[in-house]
Ligand binder design. Structure first.
Ligand SMILES: [Zn+2]
Ligand SMILES: [Zn+2]
Length: 132
């Protein structure tokens, strides 16, 4: 039985289905994610673009030349970001229909972690980008 992940935006106009296991599940504490999502961090599941089917329109914004944020044009939920160089989609964990399935394996950009966020889960922490 293939593993699948489904989810979408707040209004339901944008939905996705991801097939198979995520490449990784990580929490990004960078300022760009914080601002884009309006939250203290971005807990996201990385999939190859080829694993993901998207239904509905997205509006996009490039927060860096390589990274495009996709959000719902109606309700504004940031559902995933797309990295051009790796052809990958990073899906926000809270947009999943079953967000409790998120299993983080790492924190990165912890140099800009919000001071009130206490990390005591024992996972690796990287002050800047995750190592390749
Ligand atoms: Zn929406
Ligand atoms: Zn980030």
């Amino acid at each position: 039985m293939d593993e699948t992940y489904q989810g979408g935006c707040l209004c339901g106009g944008l939905r996705y289905l991801a097939r198979g296991k995520p490449i990784n599940e990580r929490v990004c504490h960078c300022r760009l994610c914080q601002r884009a999502i309006g939250a203290a961090f971005n807990a996201r599941l990385l999939f190859a673009k080829s694993q993901v089917t998207v239904e509905g329109d997205t509006t996009t914004f490039n927060s860096s030349p390589d990274l495009k944020r996709h959000f719902c044009p109606r309700c504004g939920t940031t559902v995933f970001s797309e990295r051009a160089s790796t052809q990958a989609y990073a899906i926000t964990c809270a947009s999943l229909d079953e967000p409790e399935r998120f299993r983080p394996d790492m924190h990165f950009w912890t140099s800009s972690r919000q001071p009130w966020v206490k990390l005591d889960d024992g996972l690796p922490q990287h002050p800047e980008a995750a190592p390749a």
